[in-house]
Design a protein around this ligand. Structure first.
Ligand SMILES: Cc1cc2nc3c(=O)[nH]c(=O)nc-3n(C[C@H](O)[C@H](O)[C@H](O)COP(=O)(O)O)c2cc1C
Length: 214
């Protein structure tokens, strides 16, 4: 394998000012719909997004999380409130999201601020999850060092027994975050690396659209 030789040419689409929605959330829904449209291999998770957080002192981390809801102006995901990401969000709510949809040669970048969901909403979502995922959330002190995998498997077996015929409670330190965006970039791959980049910035509650050089 030669990394030097690996390259794709991007010819599947174009993004022009005359075709893009005035509201970036509307545009996002259109592109998400097109990313999800089949037939897609099972392994494509079009709602997977890279979430980047920083602690405000120079430390920056990124990881994938799943988009689990979209409001008129908010992106929702769920996680553990004691995790590394949650600690960073507490000290600095400014975050960024990045979606990569390689099958349509598109990327969407979002910058915004994160806030915790209400307990009610977190519990509602938790209850909609499969039991295995609920138990996993109970087992995992996400981001903490664990002595071995065995420790996790044993805890899982105990909890399975304990809650065999019972409702599994949503852990207090587990729940949602919503991100309110202040900036969007819609990126469509084009030939000769002259990609389309249309960017929305919020100014006095209006969205300003600008084209960026690729
Ligand atoms: C496809 C995929 C989806 C994931 N979805 C989530 C998610 O929705 N919530 C979550 O907390 N972690 C999710 N993870 C795990 C995170 O990437 C990460 O390992 C975990 O949240 C711990 O991150 P932290 O230590 O930076 O807080 C997902 C990972 C992958 C690869």
């Amino acid at each position: 394998m030669s990394l030097y030789e690996m390259r794709q040419s991007y010819k599947l689409g174009r993004l022009e000012e005359k075709d893009i929605a005035a509201d970036p959330m509307v545009q996002f829904r259109i592109w998400l719909g097109e990313a999800i449209e089949g037939p897609l291999p099972d392994w494509v998770e079009a709602n997977a997004m890279t979430l980047s957080t920083s602690d405000g002192q120079g430390g920056v981390t990124s990881r994938i999380v799943l988009l689990k809801g979209l409001d008129d102006d908010k992106f929702w995901f769920y996680t553990n409130y004691q995790s590394h990401k949650a600690g960073q969000i507490r000290s600095n709510p400014n975050v960024s999201l990045c979606f990569l949809w390689p099958h349509v040669q598109r990327q969407v970048r979002i910058e915004g601020t994160a806030a915790q969901a209400s307990r009610d909403q977190s519990v509602r979502y938790f209850r909609s999850r499969p039991r295995d995922s609920q138990l996993g959330a109970l087992v995992s002190q996400q981001s903490a060092v664990v002595d071995s995998r065995d420790v996790l498997e044993k805890r899982l077996a105990e909890l399975k027994k304990r809650y065999a015929d019972k409702e599994i409670p949503c852990p207090e330190d587990w729940g949602g975050y919503c991100i309110t965006p202040g900036r969007f970039e819609f990126w469509q791959g084009r030939e000769s690396r002259l990609h389309d980049r249309l960017c929305y910035r919020k100014q006095d509650s209006r969205w300003i659209l600008q084209r960026l050089s690729p």
